[in-house]
Design a protein around this ligand. Sequence first.
Ligand code: SF4
Length: 407
Amino acid sequence: MSPGGKDPGCTVVSVPLLPREKAARLPERARQVVEYRKSGLSLNHVQGCPLGCAYCIRHTYGLWDAQAPVALMPDADAVAELVGHRYFRPHATPLQIFNRATDPFLRGVKDHLFAVLEDLDGRGLANPVLIITRAHVRSADCARLNALRNLKVTVLFTYSGISDRRIEPFPGAVAVRSMCRATGYGTGDDPRRYRTVFYWRPLVPGLNDSPQLLARAAELSCQADAAVFTGLFYRGEIAEYYRANGIPEPYTETARRKIVPQTLERRILAAFARRPAGAAPLFRKTSCAISHVHGLPDYNGHYGIRELCDICPAAQLRLCASRHRVPDAAQLLDAAVPFPDAAGLRVLDVSDRAAIVDGLPDEQPRYYLQHRFAFQIHDAGHPHLPGQHGRAVIGYPAAGTAQEDRA
Ligand code: SF4
């Protein structure tokens, strides 16, 4: 099928549709177009990105060389796969569109983004939807987002302040302009329905944490409904790329979780504390920001990990507290019964903070249970240490255990 043509389901195809035999030769994880990730069920039937961020997660999917976006299937088939997924719950499961292998607002890709959103919205679904971008978001895009009537849409604008073009070739000013335009959209007659988040990442000590850049980020965050900060996923494949291309390595070791050293976090919080009263609230966790901007309690149940909440607005804290329920082991096991991949689930402990489980083949059933109960479900094999906010141990006093956390 040619670019710009129509598929048999009348879905616009603006990036080339990969022939089946070529799609079948992609790495296994790249072929999995629906995947449950921590922030939701993620749809990725369009893959490939020319923006070239050195730390891109595409490295870990065997897709780094895929710079031209292609579609693995027509949009209608992809939506059918998403809503037919064993873990999809109408109106409830948080969804993410194209957050793994492309930028959803790239030219061509955005046609697929809107085809998916409009299909889901047309079904009357009210699920939360996350869209993460650093690309151009035009006024016409804002109008199309605002025409969605049912989905709870949040657009997250990625910004790091990194000026080293070997790490981020695409100018960060684009994301800033897009965010300002998207947040400023709407009138009294047609108020903005979607929400915006200043997505400040990846923060790396010595690279983009100067006092000037922290102050600039604090200022920019006022142009969104909420702000989130987070660190770098520094996986083995990404470290290899840095070394092969002579890019200074940000850390001497890799980790399976994001790295946000404790001293960096303290400096971030201090910079944000200097913002004017009433500025968009800052969160440590993406799901907290998403939930807040839609007036909902956190769907990941971070309220149980109470030290995460010390920067949260009081009204949001009350909302999360009012909905916090601690499931018992029997409820968790019952909820897992319909899913063959959760057959090995064992619940080792349940506290006010989290349930500790093992016996699962991967993270997907755990994330399903976490969202189903809005309660933290931790893998016994990867413990969450108090005060570390589910991050890598690098940069925390207990860094001697970093080996366990190695990617
Ligand atoms: S109260 Fe805690 S769990 Fe709820 S949104 Fe705030 S930080 Fe997140």
